[in-house]
Ligand binder design. Structure first.
Ligand SMILES: [Zn+2]
Length: 170
């Protein structure tokens, strides 16, 4: 398994090696990344899976993995997700990493995370301050289908996309 911490740190608990401790102090990785990486390592060990990062908001933790790595991470019949849910005490979603450069990239993440609600599209909104954000358009009839509170999902998607997003029901 590939992870943002080294193999020695994956195999141990408690303190990190100096290199990984430095990454943590500099905010390159988070406490949650370390925790999830170690838990995943115990579950899938030597599988050919890349764990990229984990983000959390509200009662939801989203685990971001490499291309094609979702099934192995979830495990047969979702067994790894069940264990992670128990260990972390939160709902777990596993998604494939997307490098965000354009609205379609945000749409892919949103489509994954807002399911079973649909996503019409994503556009860029320019604020008077000169900043911008991605607006995710969800059909109003799907308002009750989004899998969590709107603010929680906005926070999660923003963290994964590395850009501000807002959900609009239309
Ligand atoms: Zn290390």
């Amino acid at each position: 398994m590939k992870a943002p911490i080294c193999e020695v740190c994956l195999k141990t608990d408690g303190i990190l090696c100096p290199a990984d401790e430095k990454k943590l102090q500099e905010g390159i990785i988070s406490e949650l990344d370390v925790k999830v990486a170690r838990l995943l390592y115990r579950l899938i060990g030597d599988s050919d899976v890349e764990f990229k990062k984990a983000v959390e908001a509200g009662d939801l933790v989203v685990i971001v993995v490499g291309e094609g790595d979702v099934p192995l991470t979830i495990g047969k019949g979702g067994k790894n997700v069940k264990i992670l849910t128990r260990e972390l005490g939160k709902r777990i979603r596993v998604i494939e990493a997307v490098e965000v450069r354009k609205p379609e990239d945000v749409k892919k993440i949103a489509t994954d995370l807002l399911y079973p609600a649909g996503v019409f599209g994503v556009n860029v909104v320019y604020k008077p301050s000169g900043d911008n954000y991605y607006r995710i358009l969800v059909p109003d009839r799907d308002r009750k289908k989004i899998p969590g509170r709107r603010e929680v999902l906005e926070s999660i998607i923003s963290q994964i996309a590395g850009a501000e997003v807002r959900i609009n029901f239309i």
